[in-house]
Write a protein that binds this ligand. Structure first.
Ligand code: UD1
Ligand code: CA
Length: 509
């Protein structure tokens, strides 16, 4: 996930008393009804990771003392996912979603065992995936520099519908936030919105939460009311405006999910193009944030690179390639293929139409060609598997050549076994190598063989019926067909040719 770890001095407080790290409360109890999904909204993915994992990465990177995730809707799923991706967090259960203020109350309850509550509480949302730790660190630094009681992250947006509006006084100081549903026309015209991300002085927060009421359009406990309570008691409420409004965007439906995926991808591709990667068609190229690309890599249309995939310099991927957790060497080419958990060597070539399954390791200068499927296969430097072959559970030596249509039969219906092919071996087309079987270095297999026993170094393995031609069979058994006619014509021509030859010889006297 993106984002550099934040240096200590970036977070350092000008005012030493506040230098201890904050706690982060991540609100994630709300339902995701508009996703229309059996899966929790928070588990839906952007660039290969759940949206919740982005929120936790940003929170974790500012190195807080504690992170509390407030869960509610579909909490079994959310808690199971948290145990996997962020075992270091605490969870708090909010049984009924009575509002953001109530959610934070539940979050703080999960810190009640602490001897002292951290002096700052950062509040974020689990469904706002693009927020970065840099933004959180800047928000915290601003909060400390201004000695504010509350600092809220805001953005100016073209369409503020639905968001809480930021109300400022004549001097530009933030006074309060009004929810869209509670706002009149004048307030609704304000385009500065509340992101829902804040830093609170923890004493101000605790006191404010105690005073919340539900006298509003939704009958909820609004966290935003803590701001006006703080302001009324003479404390400074600061607004930290961010220009990149994507970082404040929440996701409520699959249309927003798609838009966020596209934006995340656009940013990743931009970064790689700036770093020297050629991307012919950014609209059809998808690269996860976890992927690593070298300068002078070329990505052709329809390429999708996922997980821990890395591509070394000079390699060309695409068109129409999906690689998941694949390491591609320098100057390699991969065309119209699918690969996962595999390694492609320097200068090697893959495709078109190859399927590299887990455990495929293709050596330098090697080839996995057209309509070839490989699984758990080590194919050494310079070895070639060019056409229509299945290579399952095999080791193929250096510079070996596997003919068209060869099958490495690794499964006898009960167990899977390995085939070992030595260096420079030549396997003729349409052969079956029935594992377990070993072909020594420099062995040769005749085309069409079904090899069930080892072939020694330099030996020829032939395992097929001897060819037998039955003279005149077509004329006898297929008389009157066009096959027979063709055969008869050829035989007549042959016979005439023989006669002509003998008559020429005869005239030479
Ligand atoms: C809230 C803010 C609004 C802001 C907007 C930004 C309040 C009263 N309003 O709007 O000013 O512009 O966020 O998106 O705070 N949640 C819980 N428990 C609850 C309610 C909400 O955990 O009881 C969580 C949700 O899962 C979500 C987040 O809090 O992650 C915000 O809830 P949501 O209902 O989307 O926001 P609003 O209250 O409409
Ligand atoms: Ca929302």
């Amino acid at each position: 996930m993106s984002g550099q770890p934040v240096e200590d001095d970036e977070l350092a407080d000008p005012n030493k008393a506040n230098a201890a790290p904050p706690a982060v409360v991540v609100l994630a109890a709300g339902g995701g009804t508009r996703m229309k999904s059996a899966r929790s909204k928070l588990l839906h993915e952007i660039g290969g990771h759940s949206m919740l994992s982005y929120a936790l990465a940003a929170a974790t990177e500012i190195q807080p003392q504690h992170i509390v995730v407030v869960v509610g809707h579909q909490r079994d799923q959310v808690q199971a996912h948290l145990a996997e991706i962020a075992p270091h967090v605490r969870t708090a259960v909010q049984d009924q979603q009575l509002g953001t203020g109530h959610a934070v109350q539940c979050g703080l309850a999960a810190l009640a065992d602490l001897e002292r509550l951290p002096s700052e509480i950062v509040v974020t949302y689990g469904d706002v995936p693009m927020l970065t730790s840099e933004t959180l660190a800047a928000l915290l630094a601003d909060h400390r520099a201004q000695r504010a009681a509350v600092t809220v992250l805001t953005a100016v947006v073209a369409d503020p519908t639905g968001y809480g509006r930021v109300v400022r006084d004549a001097d530009g100081f933030l006074t309060h936030i009004v929810e869209h549903r509670d706002a009149d026309e004048e307030i609704r015209a304000i385009t500065e919105i509340n992101s829902g991300i804040y830093v609170f002085d923890s004493a101000v927060l605790s006191a404010g939460l105690d005073q919340l009421g539900t006298d509003n359009a939704q009958g909820e406990l609004y966290l935003t009311d803590v701001l006006s309570i703080a302001r009324t008691s003479g404390r400074l409420v600061a607004g930290h405006v961010i220009a990149d409004s994507w970082q404040t965007e929440g996701i409520n439906d699959r249309i927003q999910l798609a838009a966020m995926n596209a934006e995340m991808n656009r940013r990743v591709l931009r970064r790689w193009m700036q770093a020297g990667v050629t991307i012919l068609d950014p609209a059809t190229t998808w690269v996860h944030a976890s992927v690593d690309l070298a300068p002078d890599v070329t990505l052709l249309p329809g390429t999708s690179l996922e997980g821990a995939t890395s591509v070394a310099t000079g390699a060309t991927i695409g068109p129409e390639v999906t690689l998941v957790d694949v390491e591609v060497g320098a100057d390699a080419t991969v065309i119209r293929s699918h690969g996962s958990l595999s390694v492609i060597g320097t200068g090697a070539s893959v495709g078109p139409y190859a399927y590299l399954r887990p455990g495929t390791r293709l050596g330098a200068g090697g080839k996995i060609g057209t309509f070839v499927e490989t699984k758990n296969a080590r194919i050494a430097d310079g070895a070639k598997v060019p056409h229509q072959t299945y290579v399952g559970d095999a080791e193929i030596g250096r510079s070996a050549n596997i003919g068209a249509g060869v099958i490495f039969a690794n499964y006898d219906g009960a167990t899977k076994s390995t085939t070992v092919v030595g260096d420079c071996v030549f396997v003729g087309s349409n052969s079956v190598l029935a594992a377990p079987v070993r072909l020594g270095d420099g062995a040769f297999v005749a085309a069409g063989s079904t090899i069930t026993g080892d072939v020694g170094p330099g030996d020829l393995g032939v395992a097929r019926g001897q060819q037998r031609n039955i003279g005149g069979w077509v004329l006898r058994k297929r008389a009157g067909t066009k096959i027979a006619t063709a055969a008869q014509q050829a035989l007549d021509a042959q016979a005439a040719g023989t006669q002509e030859n003998s008559s020429t010889e005869g005239s030479e006297r």
